[in-house]
Ligand binder design. Structure first.
Ligand code: PRP
Length: 182
């Protein structure tokens, strides 16, 4: 285990089981219809790469990157589109893939944007859900697992851009982010 990790919350085997369960539901729901998977950078990439390998319908992928203003005051609810997808989604089945839902602001805004662009369907898939932090309602179609309000890292999730490469989801030691500033 990495020295900065307090405890492992979801190990590699458990992650793969969660991904498999989500993929089976998506495969069943789509019933062979083509799917555009929109991966929200950066944290979702390890999850999305594992997920798409388990999907059985014709799949396209695209990427979007957003940043929220005033992350610490999540209720502000504004997001900044840093990178948009590259294609017209009119009439397409879209699956938005996220690593974590916190306030819900990011997914709420992206879903509305895609509906406005007249996708055939817009569904949301999130590996981790922190319901205790929710500020706006979001209908999550495929949810991996709920987690407590702890600082989680690994399997794509970062603290100051570090730890995304850990193969498990762990809780970051408080001493790492509560360092006294001189
Ligand atoms: C995280 C996560 C979601 C968002 C969730 O991204 O991947 O996009 O925050 O928070 P919300 O529900 O409060 O909107 P982050 O901004 O940390 O970017 P990253 O994936 O590049 O690390």
């Amino acid at each position: 285990m990495h020295k900065d990790v307090e405890k492992i919350l979801i190990n590699e085997t458990e992650l793969q089981e969660i991904v498999q369960n989500i993929a089976e539901k998506i495969n069943s729901d789509l019933n062979g219809e083509p799917l555009l998977v929109v991966i929200i950078l950066k944290g979702s990439t390890p999850f999305a790469m594992d997920l798409i390998k388990k999907l059985t319908m014709p799949v396209e992928i695209d990427f979007m990157q957003v940043s929220s203003y005033g992350k610490s005051t999540a209720s502000s609810g504004f997001i900044n589109l840093k990178k948009d997808i590259e294609q017209d989604i009119t009439g397409k089945n879209v699956l938005i893939v996220e690593d974590i839902i916190d306030s819900g602001n990011t997914l709420n805004k992206i879903k509305k944007l895609f509906e406005h662009r007249q996708a055939k369907s817009v569904k949301i898939c999130a590996l981790l859900d922190k319901p205790s932090r929710r500020v706006v309602d979001v209908d999550v179609d495929y949810s991996g697992t709920e987690i407590p309000d702890e600082f989680v890292i690994g399997y794509g999730l970062d603290y100051a851009e570090q730890y995304r490469n850990l193969p498990y989801v762990g809780v970051l030691k408080k001493s790492v982010y509560e360092k006294v500033v001189d």
